[in-house]
Write a protein that binds this ligand. Structure first.
Ligand code: HEC
Ligand code: HEC
Length: 388
């Protein structure tokens, strides 16, 4: 919803990860590469949808407009901000759950813990009974419209191919019910591939990150599941998204261009071959092709370098989301990673090299092959990663 008066200033208590250092791959290009640019070839009408959607995405919301009662930030762009609007952010949010007698229990109020509230009386806190506590950082959104347009069948076919050719690395499709269409779809967005479409993710994020109920997610989050706290703090009728902002967010993200690609040098070309030969590309796969009613989106090759499947590379956070298990994560796309430090779901790897070094189990063979490369071959592989 559009602000008609200055927004409330709310104290943010989300933790910032102060974790960078110099990595050859993050500095190779020098200066900022990414811009908040629409996809090439869109129509004038689509360009207007993109611009209006970007305004909504950047719009700070107020309590009077439905923000909260519990929330993580006051606009989408507050988190999707680095190096520019639509990007990521080295800011973690907290998920928690309880495991007792070998069973997993969702805590009252759900696994996501909102860090802020419109009033101190309705704050949420991680209860003492939580014994699984996880951190998640913001994923970047450049090119997500192309990812959305990869047909389910291509991901399913690749899962079968991967399982047959590389049984040690076999990933799983995360099937999810898309709340926007009611259909069972191949999940692809979020650290656990927990959503299949940008509209569903928009509705989910508007509720769970900002506390704004909408037509897809009409039920407010009660702080720690406490309905009396909710009643005391929430005075805006649901759904609060009366202007269909979730459609605006979707337009912005759908038409947001992918990360820029550097000109291919001999070293980058060699790095790409090494990326394939050591086995990174088994999971970090390029080459899906989009199918879409939008001419600017259809027929594009998506070199995001992800299979959009769930894998166990030994970094699991213990949180179950839909059918995704505690030990699984979606292979994250690698395009744009020169500007999305720190790395891994919790931002615990400061550099790309550290992130590679954390691959175990299904990622162990690729890590060993990477470590066995000569220094100049490692540099070539990192130069390839910096170029995508
Ligand atoms: C408090 C920070 C925060 C805010 C505010 C926020 N996001 Fe996010 N966003 C995240 C995090 C963290 C993730 C990864 C979540 C996960 O999978 O656990 C994410 C992931 C996403 C993704 C998935 C991208 C991918 O490829 O996996 C989309 C789409 C998205 N956000 C859209 C939005 C929209 C639209 C809004 C505004 C309604 C929004 N976000 C507000 C932090 C935020
Ligand atoms: C078995 C599948 C698999 C293989 C093989 C694999 N990865 Fe990954 N990779 C993953 C998964 C899953 C994650 C997410 C782990 C997490 O966040 O905890 C990941 C994370 C990463 C990240 C961090 C990305 C980010 O945005 O945080 C980088 C960089 C990376 N991989 C590079 C590589 C390279 C280079 C290779 C080859 C040496 C490789 N991976 C091999 C599945 C794989």
């Amino acid at each position: 919803m559009r602000a008609t008066r200055p927004f409330l200033v709310l104290v943010q208590s989300v933790s910032f990860v102060l974790a960078w250092s110099v990595d050859p791959a993050s500095t190779a290009a020098g200066g900022q590469r990414q811009s908040t640019k629409a996809l090439d070839g869109i129509t004038l009408d689509q360009r207007k949808l993109f611009r209006d959607g970007k305004d909504e995405f950047e719009q700070a919301e107020t309590a009077a407009q439905g923000l909260g009662p519990i929330f993580n930030a006051i606009s989408c762009a507050a988190c999707h901000s680095t190096p520019t609007v639509g990007g990521s952010r080295a800011l973690n949010e907290t998920r928690a759950a309880r495991i007792a007698d070998g069973s997993y229990f969702e805590l009252p109020g759900g696994s996501l813990f909102q860090s802020d509230a419109i009033s101190p009386n309705c704050r949420e806190s991680v209860p003492a009974s939580a014994n699984v506590i996880a951190q998640r950082q913001t994923t970047p959104l450049f090119g997500v419209g192309l990812i959305e347009a990869i047909p389910d069948a291509q991901v399913e076919a690749y899962a079968a191919e991967q399982g047959a050719a590389h049984p040690q690395q076999a990933g799983r499709v995360h099937y999810v019910v898309d709340v926007a269409s009611g259909a069972t779809r191949v999940g692809r967005f979020g650290w656990k591939a927990q959503q299949a479409t940008l509209l569903a993710f928009s509705g989910d994020a508007y509720l769970n990150e900002m506390g704004i109920t909408n037509r897809l997610f009409p039920v407010e989050n009660a702080p720690n599941g406490d309905l009396s706290k909710l009643a005391a703090c929430d005075s805006v009728n649901d759904p609060e998204d009366t202007g269909n902002d979730i459609d605006g967010f979707t337009d912005f993200m759908r038409f947001l261009g992918p990360p820029p690609r550097d000109h291919e040098t001999a070293e980058i070309r060699r790095g790409r071959q090494l990326f394939e030969s050591v086995g990174c590309a088994v999971c970090h796969r390029g080459g899906f092709t989009t199918v879409s009613p939008f001419p600017a989106i259809t027929g594009q090759t998506v070199d995001a370098f992800s299979d959009f499947l769930l894998h166990d590379v030994g970094t699991g956070d213990g949180i179950i989301q839909g059918d995704a298990r505690g030990n699984e994560f979606r292979t994250p796309p690698l395009w744009g990673i020169s500007e999305s430090a720190p790395y891994l779901h919790d931002g615990s790897a400061a550099t790309i090299t550290q992130a590679i070094g954390r691959h175990r189990l299904q990622g162990a063979a690729a890590l060993t092959a990477f470590q066995d490369l000569s220094e100049s071959d490692k540099q070539a592989l990192l130069a390839f990663l910096a170029s995508i």
